[in-house]
Design a protein around this ligand. Structure first.
Ligand SMILES: *Cc1c(COP(=O)(O)O)cnc(C)c1O
Length: 353
């Protein structure tokens, strides 16, 4: 692929406080932009990060034909760049696109634009342990019309953001609450695609949960409000009787890359992994008879996020005394160790640049 590069005249990197990055607040100097027209992806460019012009009638604004991804690049001790599992994120990107009738992108196309962007903005990849460059590829329909049908034109873009350690004061367990009223996704819907619609449906429930003092909603299945699904930005895992239990991918759950990473590591360590339906009653029952050892969420942003409390209807359970568990900590250390090039990458997850 031929990529035209127009560099910025003045880098904004001096405006960034690398000791206080937060998450997704700063954006690197450049971005990738590619257009789909006449049945093909063309005119790939890297241009300075900035505003883009679109018509108010652009169909993705009205009907949501949009897909995004989120992956990370890390600076290793020897100064090289580690992209974590880009093939896996790309594969999911194409699967999401298929569900939303968006034309796919070849991996070669995806990675060559990203590589160029990372090399150009390499100084934006922070160096401290715990920090990384968050990469946000996304695509949106660009036809101008108000009828409901599939767009003929699209724009694919990649922006990047240097991010701090997700947990400033160590890993603090989160508080989750189930929702009796709302559903995030149902089988056959959009739940397994990374698309903004799923986030739109979760905003109101999340706001109500926060008002009650909880961090996020623990989603139950939309039909019976019984089986545990995920957390909306993270997949969820339970350690019960020393076995790892996580809901199966049956269409309403996002197939997390971190979920897959954790499953592979657990299996390598000889832990039994059960991708099985688990109801909220099962979890409360296992707590009462002392079998529930740990609960944690998995996602690219936080990697491992221990869950200390779950509220369901009128009952609240405390997990592992509201502290991070052994297994959660071990997973966090192993995954971040591989990402920063400190531990052997036996699965070949790191893509070196
Ligand atoms: C992105 C996302 C996750 C986590 O997936 P990772 O690939 O591990 O980052 C979980 N649930 C939803 C709804 C998501 O959008």
């Amino acid at each position: 692929m031929d990529i035209k590069i127009s560099k910025t005249h003045k880098s904004r990197i001096g405006e960034v406080d690398f000791d206080n990055l937060g998450f997704g607040e700063f954006f690197s100097d450049h971005m990738v932009t590619v257009d789909y027209q006449g049945g093909e992806w063309k005119s790939a460019r890297i241009i300075p990060f900035g505003t883009i012009e679109i018509l108010p009638s652009v169909c993705s604004l009205h009907y949501g034909q949009v897909v995004f991804e989120g992956l990370k690049a890390f600076r290793t001790k020897d100064g090289s760049i580690n992209l974590f599992r880009p093939e896996k994120y790309h594969e999911r990107y194409n699967r999401s696109c298929q569900r939303l009738c968006i034309p796919p992108l070849e991996f070669g196309f995806f990675i060559s634009g990203l590589k160029e962007l990372l090399l150009l903005d390499k100084d934006w990849i922070p160096k401290k342990k715990g920090t990384s460059l968050y990469i946000r590829p996304f695509v949106f329909a660009t036809d101008s019309f108000l009828g409901v049908h599939v767009s003929n034109t699209y724009r694919f873009m990649i922006i990047t953001s240097p991010v701090g350690a997700y947990y400033k004061e160590g890993i603090n367990p989160v508080r989750l609450i189930t929702s009796g009223e709302y559903a995030r996704a149902v089988k056959g819907g959009l739940g397994s695609a990374k698309t903004p619609a799923n986030y739109a449906s979760s905003l109101l429930p999340a706001e109500e949960a926060q008002k009650k003092g909880f961090t996020q909603v623990l989603w139950l299945d939309g039909a019976e409000k019984r089986y545990i699904e995920e957390v909306g930005t993270m997949n969820i895992m339970f350690v019960i009787d020393n076995e790892l239990v996580t809901p199966p991918l049956e269409g309403s759950i996002l197939p997390g890359v971190t979920r897959d990473t954790v499953i592979q590591l657990a299996q390598k360590w000889g832990v039994t992994v059960k991708e099985e339906k688990i109801s909220i009653e099962d979890v409360f029952e296992a707590t009462k008879n002392g079998r529930l050892q740990e609960v944690f969420g998995t996602g690219t942003a936080a990697v491992i996020s221990p869950v200390g409390w779950i509220q369901h209807e009128d009952e609240l359970i405390t997990i592992n005394n509201g502290k991070i568990g052994h297994f959660s900590q071990k997973l966090y250390d192993e995954i971040t160790g591989i990402q920063y090039g400190e531990k052997p990458d036996i699965f070949g997850w790191c893509y070196r640049i």
